[in-house]
Design a protein around this ligand. Structure first.
Ligand code: HMG
Ligand code: MG
Length: 302
């Protein structure tokens, strides 16, 4: 096994984690969450989305949240931008990276961003060009890379097709996303292999929702393939409003436990991360979804 010695985690809790919350989460809480996450050593934080507030009301305060965070040197702050309107608003807040989000499933693309895959690429192209001209990095999320809530299993060739389209418009890095968490390791491996036809190992990350409890197994197979970048969400928050039944992302605390247990460095302070998870879980008035987080909290109490 040729495992990486260091892994980069992109914390998506403030964005993916909170976008699906029904109760409004005030901007100061989101800002405090970002501050706690960076204090725990997270160097990549997906802060918010510049999407239509009619589609995702919870992200309607994107500009306010971006303006309110105290930035730390060495931390990369990213935001989602589905179109030029979102990019224009995002650019004013000076993100380090933007994320365009497409789907390997045609129906999910329609449900999530109201256009076909081909139309989405046509929309993303000027966004990518504008971002790169402004010196902003561009990541692409590839939703439903394994399964789709509407179409079921997604063939790896469709992931390869999307990755090729993303590459052609200048997207620098892509995330293989298991939006609904139905993926199992060999299916994820095939989706990553299809992506590898267009991107190298250093330009691919894993984004696994944990609906069926497979996210750590999916992370492990990616590590074995040499992938060293993953998205994760503190306290296991998350879900996409347009992917019915999908639950949270893999909990950052669980991934950190896995990686540190394997001697893989993340630069993250697990204790402080758990505190960040408790902060947002207390606000939401529900226990953390992180198994490692719960176990370590119990150990603290004992
Ligand atoms: P549309 O209705 O086709 O857009 O939505 P439109 O261009 O026809 O505009 C309609 C209205 O939306 C107009 O306002 C625009 O101004 C406004 P009106 O004139 O009616 O008052 N609008 C915007 N407002 C603010 N920011 C914008 C924006 N664009 C248009 N950027 C659109 C198309 C893409 C906007 C919409 O479908 C949308 O916002 N979708 C976002 C859905 C979303 O955020 N989903 C969750 C994130 S993706 C995810 O979670 C998956 C991921 O985690 C990976 C994984 O797990 O798979 C990344
Ligand atoms: Mg997601």
């Amino acid at each position: 096994m040729n495992l990486p010695t260091r892994v980069k985690l992109v914390e998506v809790g403030p964005r993916d984690g909170l976008q699906n919350e029904r109760q409004p989460v005030p901007a100061p809480i989101k800002i405090e969450l970002v501050h706690r996450l960076q204090a725990a050593g997270l160097k990549d934080i997906e802060v918010t989305s510049f999407v239509s507030p009619k589609w995702v009301p919870q992200m309607g305060d994107a500009a306010l949240v971006m303006a309110g965070i105290t930035r730390l040197a060495g931390v990369r702050y990213s935001v989602l931008t589905p179109n030029l309107q979102g990019f224009a608003a995002a650019a004013l807040t000076k993100p380090d990276e933007i994320v365009v989000f497409g789907a390997a499933s045609e129906v999910f693309s329609q449900k999530n961003i109201n256009c076909s895959i081909a139309e989405s690429i046509a929309r993303f192209a000027p966004v990518v060009a504008a971002a790169r001209a402004a010196g902003i990095s561009v990541r692409g999320a590839m939703s439903c890379a394994v399964g789709c809530p509407y179409e079921g299993d997604i063939a790896p060739a469709r992931v390869g097709y999307l990755a090729g389209l993303m590459r052609a418009i200048g997207v620098q890095h892509v995330g293989v996303a298991d939006t609904i968490g139905t993926g199992t390791p060999l299916k994820v491996q095939r989706a990553v292999e299809a992506t590898l036809q267009h991107y190298d190992l250093d330009s691919i990350s894993g984004h696994f929702h944990d609906t069926y409890g497979q996210a750590l197994a999916n992370t492990l197979i990616c590590l074995q393939m040499g992938i060293w970048q993953f998205d994760a969400s503190v306290a296991g928050l998350g879900g996409c409003p347009y992917a019915r039944g999908a639950t949270g992302n893999v909990a950052t605390e669980d991934v950190v436990y896995l990686l540190h247990g394997m001697g893989i460095d993340t630069g993250i302070d697990q204790d402080k991360l758990i505190d960040a998870g408790q902060f947002i879980s207390n606000f939401l008035q529900r226990p953390t979804q992180s198994r490692a987080g719960r176990a370590l909290l119990n150990r603290r109490g004992a």
